[in-house]
Design a protein around this ligand. Structure first.
Ligand SMILES: [Zn+2]
Ligand SMILES: [Zn+2]
Length: 280
């Protein structure tokens, strides 16, 4: 196990149990970090309103409306198909698998956005890279964003997938395909919900129900997520429920992926360092 991974376990353990005086200086409450050397807690808000271009906002709104319209029939008809084939147990299996896969897919996208490309990269730069990188500087900003701006980006990606799933359900009767479509549909719901769970992890005063869900680790737990916002800023990329973070840390998954891509000539563009902390 690398020193980095060991450090992550130690850090999370300490954050969850009893932060040291040094960490207490750095970590005031979930989502709020003090700038190193500043000696005081930063608020984590930029004070700048979130803006999408008119075209992007239109896409976010239309796909957010279309998501339940496509999601519900996918789940209904795939469950119905499994029921007909007396494979309903596969339906029950699809739920935890979808939560795990959603956590993984969200983590993979988050890692890619944190590690590669730049805010100037065409299409993905302003839509994906910029929001993730600005979030590191102003983690509380996410709590001020509207529901559609939180879920819209993922809905844009989910709509073609759900459309294809519905088409496949329409033309085939295969039980395993129904299982795969149910799993995929539930996974898209988990990834759409990811930024809602991420927002909750940064809220100053989440509701009692949200706090219970976080305590149960059914959604992203704030102190678990705080490891991602703490130096060396290179772990805990999974932000749906964070279930996969310990495993991915342990096997050095993202570092190995970076090494593999480096061997293909693809270098990281991440310049995140100790200066890249919350701004006041
Ligand atoms: Zn990040
Ligand atoms: Zn965060």
């Amino acid at each position: 196990m690398s020193a980095l991974v060991q450090d992550s376990f130690d850090l999370e353990k300490q954050l969850i149990s009893s932060p040291s005086p040094e960490q207490a200086d750095q970590l005031t409450e979930p989502g709020v970090l003090a700038a190193p050397g500043s000696g005081h807690a930063a608020k984590g808000y930029s004070g700048i309103a979130d803006h999408s271009t008119p075209a992007h906002a239109f896409l976010e709104h239309t796909t957010s409306i279309m998501f339940p319209i496509l999601f519900v029939p996918n789940v209904y008809f795939s469950f119905d198909r499994l029921y007909e084939l007396e494979l309903l147990w596969l339906g029950a299996l699809a739920i935890p698998l979808a939560l795990v896969l959603g956590d993984f897919v969200g983590g993979l996208v988050h890692w890619a956005a944190d590690t590669y490309f730049s805010e100037d990269t065409p299409v993905v730069g302003p839509a994906l890279i910029k929001p993730f990188r600005e979030h590191h500087l102003y983690p509380r900003d996410i709590t001020t964003h509207t529901f559609v701006s939180i879920v819209g980006n993922v809905c844009i990606l989910a709509i073609p997938i759900l459309s294809l799933c519905l088409y496949l359900l329409w033309i085939t009767q295969h039980g395993l395909l129904a299982f795969a479509i149910l799993w995929t549909s539930l996974m898209t719901a988990a990834t759409v919900a990811t930024n809602v769970f991420h927002k909750w992890a940064h809220q100053e005063k989440p509701s009692a129900l949200v706090r219970w869900l976080q305590r149960m680790r059914l959604v992203l737990e704030p102190r678990h997520h705080q490891v991602h916002h703490t130096e060396p800023f290179k772990m805990h990329y999974c932000i749906t429920n964070g279930w996969l973070n310990p495993l991915l840390n342990k096997i050095g998954f993202f570092r190995k992926l970076e090494a593999g891509l480096r061997s293909l000539g693809i270098e990281t563009t991440n310049t995140r360092n100790s200066c890249d902390t919350v701004r006041t």
